[in-house]
Design a protein around this ligand. Structure first.
Ligand SMILES: Cc1cc2nc3c(=O)[nH]c(=O)nc-3n(C[C@H](O)[C@H](O)[C@H](O)COP(=O)(O)O)c2cc1C
Length: 181
């Protein structure tokens, strides 16, 4: 069964990015797919800041990422780029940690002015980590993600655009894992 890891690079405890990733996880999860969500903010800050890849929690997170068949990486746009928190974690990974992995990059941001940040900032890093395939990234405006008592909600018009992207990515992952069997 293919495994998909969703990685949130948001430092926020009430993160719209992580909320979006939970909705994406619900969309991907099925009897045929195993889904995990990892928040970089839950990893030990001292190890992240001192570049300590030998820290057990960092090593475990890196192993989870390396064994996943596919990765959905989500970050808020801060100062026109993905977060420093996400970069601190990516910097601790082995050189080709994403070899053989398909990646779907997602971002949330406050302004469409930075919609290209995925392509100019995040995509080159994913490629340098050896990602097998980096799908077309998707940018979601923060106001499209809201919090209801029963969980996060995604604006319907945005969902109508995003779900075909997520479904296409999932189909590709399932197809690739069938080929490898
Ligand atoms: C420190 C900081 C810097 C930000 N810089 C930008 C920016 O440069 N461009 C943008 O579109 N949004 C920017 N935003 C808005 C966030 O990207 C947006 O609200 C995002 O959805 C927050 O996600 P989060 O809840 O996961 O932190 C910034 C927000 C913060 C807190």
């Amino acid at each position: 069964m293919p495994s998909v890891l969703l990685l949130s690079g948001s430092p926020s405890a009430t993160s719209r990015t992580t909320a979006l990733l939970h909705l994406v996880a619900d969309r991907i999860r099925s009897d045929d797919t195993e889904v995990d969500l990892l928040e970089v903010r839950d990893l030990p800050p001292a190890a992240l800041l001192s570049g300590d890849a030998s820290d057990p929690a960092i090593a475990e997170a890196a192993a989870l990422l390396q064994t996943a068949d596919a990765l959905v990486v989500g970050s808020p746009i801060y100062k026109a780029s993905y977060t420093g928190l996400l970069k601190a974690f990516l910097d601790l990974l082995p050189q080709y940690a994403l070899r053989g992995t398909s990646v779907l990059p997602l971002a949330t941001g406050g302004t469409p002015a930075h919609v290209l940040a995925i392509d100019y900032a995040l995509r080159p890093v994913l490629v340098s980590l050896g990602a097998e395939h980096v799908a077309q990234g998707w940018f979601v405006l923060d106001k499209a993600v809201t919090f209801a008592p029963d969980g996060p909600r995604l604006d319907e018009a945005v969902a109508a655009q995003l779900w075909p992207v997520v479904d296409g990515f999932t189909e590709r992952v399932l197809r690739e894992s069938a080929v490898l069997l």
